[in-house]
Design a protein around this ligand. Structure first.
Ligand code: ADP
Ligand code: MG
Length: 415
């Protein structure tokens, strides 16, 4: 999946519409995690230093087509201004005469940010008239918003149909890293899948199965697998209508020779809240009125043993209710262990908002090979689905046939 990138475009003096993913967490009008902003900086910096006129566009939260002051992009623009060391003005609206004027006044090497695209319902509807208005701002289109590439919205698909579309550097890197997992992972290849529910992750398990050597299951989704193994899970989060599916996945793993690690001991709690009573017990003995909230030490040992030789690892989803510190032990431990695997040279890729949060909280992010900025998008990609925002970008033309012919020539003359 080789797409043309900003490097392939002549951007000097051009107005470039850049779809970025600045959907970041805010608290009291301040950005609490700026990773997504920083991830878009290489593309922005490249465009500015090459004399482009940069029009940034993003969504933030779910305003559902209405202006919400709490979801204005001003705090994002402030953070980006600090990072770039220059002022990044944000328009009052993505559309309107004032914005049209502001775009017209942009000179080479200047930048502005359009206000939250999702203040217009037309954005998520991929409304052609809205896409046309956005496209009219620019000469070229760049998509650096991998996290939104699984959505066919006006700014991810509509505008890309109207202008020559290119991938940004973040998009390029995300596609390269995730393709590596799909195409030729260095073996052994292991996946760790946790998080709340199995339902959203079944397809990715199916797709990965033929490629994997080891599958580690944890978090709430492992509970449904425990049911499939005939164990009781008490009051734990579990999907009783998915037990058959879980059984099917386990059978497929056995058939494919994939080693599956499921919890053998778990932390159970009286309630899924802070300050409640909790204890570690074998997975065979879950009391009827307790909740599984984390994996136990014996399980972590098994997981680490199974991952010890893995050369490629994909991790999605925490191993427990890590938002509550007493139940974060398994998730934090696996994050630390995977960092040591990456230090040892293994390719370790993480996707998923909550798993990534667990890593950044511990300051481990830099040690991983790749941390995807797109949770849902990375899963859909690994399901083997074509993401609409990626499909619309221009493929790099195949190398000229001449070059191939010369390579084959000696073999031909030898016969
Ligand atoms: P990611 O964002 O990394 O893809 P998910 O969104 O699928 O992960 O799942 C994260 C959620 O799963 C967290 O809110 C966490 O509390 C929850 N979770 C993990 N283990 C359990 C469990 N045993 N019971 C209930 N919820 C769980
Ligand atoms: Mg999540």
């Amino acid at each position: 999946m080789d797409k043309l990138t900003v490097r392939d475009a002549d951007v000097t003096g051009k107005r470039v519409f850049v779809r970025v993913d600045f959907n970041v967490p805010l608290e009291d009008g301040k950005v609490t995690d700026d990773s997504r902003i920083r991830a878009a900086v290489p593309t922005i910096h490249y465009l500015l230093t090459h004399g482009a006129r940069v029009i940034l566009a993003s969504h933030l939260g779910r305003p559902d087509g209405k202006v919400q002051d709490g979801l204005r992009l001003r705090p994002v623009a402030e953070r980006l201004s600090q990072i770039l060391g220059r002022n990044v003005p944000v328009t009052g609206d993505a559309l309107g005469i004032g914005t049209v004027d502001a775009v017209k006044r942009l000179r080479n090497g200047e930048i502005l940010l359009l206000e939250n695209l999702r203040f217009h319902a037309a954005e998520e509807k991929n409304d052609p008239a809205f896409a046309r208005q956005l496209a009219d701002y620019a000469d070229l289109y760049v998509n650096d918003a991998f996290g939104t590439a699984h959505r066919a919205h006006a700014s991810t698909v509509g505008v890309a149909k109207l202008l020559p579309p290119y991938a940004g550097f973040l998009m390029e890197r995300e596609l390269a890293m995730l393709s590596k997992l799909m195409e030729n992972p260095i073996r052994p290849f292991a996946a760790i899948v946790g998080g709340a529910k199995i339902s959203g992750k079944l397809k990715v398990l199916d797709t990965l199965m033929s490629r994997l050597d080891v599958l580690v299951l944890g978090g709430g989704m492992a509970n449904t697998f425990l049911l499939a193994q005939g164990k009781a899970v008490g009051k734990s989060l579990a999907e009783h209508d998915m037990v058959e599916e879980a059984r099917r996945v386990l059978a497929a793993a056995e058939k494919a020779g994939v080693k599956v690690i499921l919890p053998v001991d778990v932390v159970v709690a009286k309630e899924v809240t802070r300050g409640t009573e909790y204890k570690t017990i074998p997975a065979e003995k879950i009391p009827a009125s307790w909740h599984i909230v984390d994996v136990g030490r014996a399980t972590l040992d098994l997981m680490e043993e199974a991952l010890a030789t893995a050369q490629t690892v994909f991790w999605n989803g925490p191993l427990g209710v890590f938002e509550i510190p007493s139940f974060a032990h398994g998730t934090r431990a696996i994050a630390r262990y995977l960092a040591t695997r990456a230090d040892a040279g293994a390719t370790v890729v993480v996707g998923g908002g909550d798993s990534v949060a667990a890593i950044t909280q511990q300051g481990l992010a830099d040690r991983f090979t790749h941390i995807s900025t797109g949770g849902g998008a990375s899963l859909e990609f690994l399901e083997g689905r074509e993401l609409p925002g990626v499909a619309i970008l221009q493929d790099r033309p195949a190398p000229p046939p001449k070059a191939r012919a010369t390579k084959r020539a000696p073999a031909k003359s030898a016969t």
